[in-house]
Write a protein that binds this ligand. Structure first.
Ligand SMILES: Cc1cc2nc3c(=O)[nH]c(=O)nc-3n(C[C@H](O)[C@H](O)[C@H](O)COP(=O)(O)O)c2cc1C
Length: 184
């Protein structure tokens, strides 16, 4: 594995499943990967950036690029060096934005600037997931070579039962490992 391939950029978005991203960081680190976290403004309402900063020992970029306290173009710097850019959990909103090439915050700008593979693990209410708009966005991304993981089924945080759960963390780690092995 090259030094470049070991860097994982993890974009965390405003899903209730954002709390699972902290454990995901740990699981990724157990693989020997150097994880850098970026968050949408909404995600930071569910989990504090300090949690990720403490776990990764790296600064955590949140929200609009202009709001990121950094002397570098972090979205460009990291997106160029990452082995894989992973968005987990990915909201319906960010899924739609990246399907349309929008880049109005550090997470979506990083995806648009990614030099390597992008992997997305959606998490949302089942009606949001099944909405034709979301399904069209998933198809757009898959057609473009983005790896969109399947959602899990079962009880959702909102109390409903259906498809839309964040897939199990081991599935995300396995998919990232597989993507790296392909020599990306
Ligand atoms: C309690 C709560 C839980 C939410 N969970 C989800 C979710 O799991 N998936 C999703 O797509 N949106 C969810 N939303 C809606 C998003 O937070 C909202 O669309 C937000 O604007 C997303 O911002 P982001 O995509 O920039 O992170 C939730 C909203 C609330 C209030």
């Amino acid at each position: 594995m090259t030094a470049k391939a070991k860097i994982i950029v993890l974009g965390v978005t405003g899903s209730i499943a954002a709390y699972k991203a902290a454990e995901l960081v740990r699981r990724m680190q157990q693989q020997g990967w150097d994880v850098w976290v970026m968050m949408t403004e909404a995600a930071a309402k569910y989990v504090g950036p300090l949690t990720f900063q403490a776990l990764t020992k790296h600064p955590v970029a949140v929200g609009k690029c202009e709001a990121v306290e950094s002397s570098t173009y972090q979205h460009l710097d990291l997106s160029g060096r990452a082995g894989v850019v992973v968005i987990a959990p990915c909201t319906a909103n960010v899924l739609a934005k990246i399907a349309h090439g929008l880049a109005d915050d550090v997470v979506t700008a990083t995806v648009l600037a990614a030099a390597g593979p992008v992997l997305v693990a959606p998490a949302m209410n089942s009606r949001m997931w099944q909405n034709p708009a979301t399904q069209a966005n998933v198809k757009t991304l898959k057609d473009r070579g983005v790896l969109v993981l399947d959602v899990g089924e079962g009880e959702l945080a909102c109390g409903e039962v259906g498809a839309g759960r964040l897939t199990e963390l081991e599935n995300i780690v396995a998919a990232v490992a597989q993507t790296m092995q392909k020599g990306c």
